[in-house]
Design a protein around this ligand. Structure first.
Ligand SMILES: [Zn+2]
Length: 385
C-alpha cells in the first residue's frame, strides 16, 4: 500500500525528497526510508542530485528510473492493431502496425504474442527487461479478472484474453477498455497528471467516458462505468445498436451522424464529406451537428453534476471548424448543469491524439505497476512460443 503510494507520488511529481514523501503520504519517516531503500536496491527509483533548503543538510532528491524496464502497449480497436515498446514515461522505442487475420481468440493471442516478440527484437532488449503488456480493446472489459466481458467489434463474450496472452508470453498482461486507456494516458503523460478529478469523453463509432475521481480511475463494480453512449436522451427516439430507443449513440456517434445525413438524402459517405458539407453551410448537416452537440452536452451535464467534475476533455471527430458541435455542447452543459456549484468548468476539445492513446495502452501496464499490481518477471524466456 505504502509502496504504491510512494511510486505514484514520485511518478506524478517527478522528483521528491524522502521528507516530501513522508509529508505527502502521512507515513512514518522510518517506513518511507525502508521502502525507498528497497526501491533503490531494485533499481526502480534512483537518486537525482540534492536540494538545499534553509540551513539544514541538503535533501537527496529521488525519481523513478524511467528506463528501469519497458512495457508494450497494444491498441486493438479495429482489425488493424497498433503496438509500441515504450519506457515507463510512455516514450516509444519502436512501434509497429499489424493486420489481424481473424478475431478468433486463440488466433488473436498467437498474433499478439508475435507482435510482442517482434517489438522486443526491434527494440533490442531482453525479455527480462519487459515489465508487462497493456492491451486496450473496445468493449466492456473486466480489468480485475483480465478478461473481455463483451465486445461488439470483436464478437467476444467472456474471453479471458489477458490470461491467454500472459500464459503464451510468460509476462504479466493487463487488459482494459480503450476509453479507460485514453483516460490513463491523460493521467500519466499529459498536463492532467496533477488533476485529481477529470473526465475524458470519447466520441467515435461508439461513445464512452473515463473518469478520475480523487486520483483513482473510476471503474464501477463490473468495470462498465462510463457507458454514457446508451443514456436515453430522446424518449422513444431512434433505434440504437443496443436494442433500446433514443440512446445518445444513436444520434451523436460518427456512424449514426453519417446514417442520419444519408436518410436526409445527402450524398455523404465519410466524415470528411460531413465536414465539407458543414463548411459549405449545408443547413441539414449543421442541424444534425447542432442537435448531436446539444444531446452530448445534456448527457455530459449529468456526469458533471453526479461526479462534481470541473475538467473535461472531449475527443470528437465531429468537432467542426465552424464550431457548430462544440458551441451546442457548451451551451447545453451551461444550460443543464447545476449553477449552484461555484466552479468554472473547463471543457477542452481535441480532434485526436493517436500517439498518446497508444501510450495509454502501455499506460495500463504502467498504471498497474504503480499500483503494485504487476509482479516483476523473474525469468527471461521471450522466445518461448
Ligand atoms: Zn444504446
Amino acid at each position: 500500500m505504502l509502496r504504491s503510494k510512494l511510486l505514484r507520488e514520485l511518478y506524478q511529481q517527478h522528483t521528491l525528497s524522502r521528507a516530501d514523501l513522508t509529508r505527502l503520504t502521512g507515513a512514518s519517516s522510518a517506513s518511507v526510508t525502508q521502502i525507498i531503500r528497497e526501491l533503490l536496491d531494485e533499481g526502480v527509483v534512483q537518486e537525482q542530485g540534492s536540494q538545499q533548503e534553509g540551513l539544514g543538510r541538503p535533501r537527496v532528491m529521488l525519481c523513478i528510473q524511467q528506463d528501469f524496464r519497458c512495457v508494450v502497449g497494444i491498441r486493438m480497436v479495429s482489425q488493424e492493431i497498433h503496438a509500441s515498446l515504450m519506457n515507463l514515461r510512455g516514450h516509444s522505442l519502436c512501434q509497429l502496425t499489424h493486420h489481424l487475420t481473424s478475431f478468433e481468440p486463440h488466433q488473436v493471442t498467437a498474433e499478439l504474442a508475435e507482435v510482442v516478440h517482434k517489438l522486443i527484437l526491434q527494440g533490442g532488449i531482453s525479455k527480462d527487461k519487459l515489465l508487462g503488456v497493456g492491451l486496450a480493446l473496445s468493449g466492456i472489459v473486466d480489468a480485475r479478472q483480465n478478461l473481455c466481458v463483451y465486445s461488439f467489434l470483436l464478437g467476444w463474450k467472456h474471453v479471458p484474453i489477458g490470461e491467454m496472452l500472459e500464459k503464451r508470453l510468460s509476462v504479466p498482461v493487463r487488459v482494459d477498455n480503450d476509453v479507460n486507456s485514453i483516460t490513463i494516458a491523460q493521467k500519466l503523460f499529459s498536463e492532467m497528471r496533477l488533476e485529481r478529478y477529470f473526465t475524458v469523453l470519447y466520441i467515435g463509432e461508439g461513445i464512452g467516458a473515463g473518469f478520475y475521481h480523487d486520483d483513482e480511475l473510476l471503474t464501477g463494480r463490473n468495470n462498465a462505468a462510463g457507458e454514457i453512449g446508451h443514456f436515453t436522451v430522446v424518449r422513444n427516439g431512434r433505434l440504437c445498436i443496443c436494442g433500446k430507443r433514443g440512446c445518445l449513440q444513436a444520434y451523436a456517434s460518427t456512424d449514426s451522424l453519417l446514417h442520419q445525413a444519408r436518410e436526409q438524402g445527402l450524398d455523404i459517405e465519410t466524415l470528411e464529406d460531413l465536414h465539407h458539407a458543414a463548411l459549405q453551410g449545408d443547413p441539414e448537416v449543421l442541424r444534425l451537428l447542432n442537435f448531436a452537440g446539444q444531446l452530448v452536452g445534456l448527457a455530459l451535464s449529468y456526469v458533471i453534476d453526479t461526479l462534481d467534475i470541473q475538467k473535461v476533455i472531449v475527443y470528437a471527430p465531429t468537432c467542426n471548424t465552424e464550431r457548430t458541435f462544440q458551441n451546442a455542447l457548451l451551451e447545453a452543459v451551461h444550460h443543464h448543469s447545476l449553477p449552484l456549484v461555484d466552479s468554472p468548468k473547463t471543457i477542452l476539445f481535441k480532434p485526436g491524439e493517436p500517439e498518446l492513446w497508444l501510450a495509454g495502452a502501455g499506460g495500463i501496464a504502467i498504471n498497474a505497476f504503480l499500483n503494485d499490481q504487476l509482479k516483476l518477471p523473474l525469468t527471461a524466456s521471450v522466445h518461448e512460443r
